[in-house]
Design a protein around this ligand. Sequence first.
Ligand code: NDP
Length: 263
Amino acid sequence: MDLGLTGKTVIVTGGSSGIGLASVRAFLDEGANVAFCARGADRLADVHADLAREFGAERVFAQALSVLDRAAVEQFVAQVANRFGGCDALITNAGQGRVSTFADTTDDAWREELELKFFSQINPIHASLPLLQVSNAGAIVAVNSLLAYQPEPHMVCTSAARGGVQNLLKSLASELAPKIRVNSILLGLVDSQQWQRRFEARADQSQSREAWSAALAATKKIPLERLGQPQEAARALVFLASPAASYITGAQLELSGGVSRFA
Ligand code: NDP
């Protein structure tokens, strides 16, 4: 199936690692030009250099910034427009989860988490809207989590924020139609840098990565008995962002190995 992405331009936030990086690669494989951002300049530069070698420097653009800095995001998108002549799809992926119960989440931590979850959507969407509106294939795909519908007691604050984001995306799917489609993916556990960090901080330092990962899948009762891979999330993002998904908006696709308990 031709996804119709050849020659299109895609922005991926949080593109230097994990799901974002797998998505950048997958869009490049499909023939799109890709612009991506992340905060850490060194890792971003290394990733950019590798991709430029592999796919051609004219097809990739990277800039170090936080998606919470609205002015920096606007400047980034303006450069994308200069460089590629527009933007057809936006993947709002940048971010991370916060492990905390209600009891141990301070007011400042609430504000920080709500700002991260909401403005990591709002800033890139605001900045990209004028470009997406004049594309003939405008699409936004957000990376969200099953926590939006299935809160976990050890991630109370993140779960509540993710529920709100899912609600926002539904509103946007209606407000931005028919020019721009808005969809999301709901992740379970995907084996990225976030989980590598938790592996490195494991209680039993003698446990191998494979044993740690299998034990985690068993504890979480994942029917497919493993964590997902970033490439598996990337494939869903690429499809939903592509013209091949032209009649899909306001939808959410679960990538969880079957772990969800809601209908
Ligand atoms: P990684 O840590 O591997 O990648 C996160 C990426 O986002 C990095 O490139 C990071 O770079 C970037 N990033 C983080 N904060 C910002 C910011 N404020 N501005 C710009 N870039 C930022 O994690 P994942 O690939 O797992 O995560 C991707 C998304 O998926 C995240 O939003 C995460 O919360 C979500 N998710 C992941 C799950 C999983 O199991 N992996 C489950 C549910 C949701 P840098 O640090 O240099 O900025």
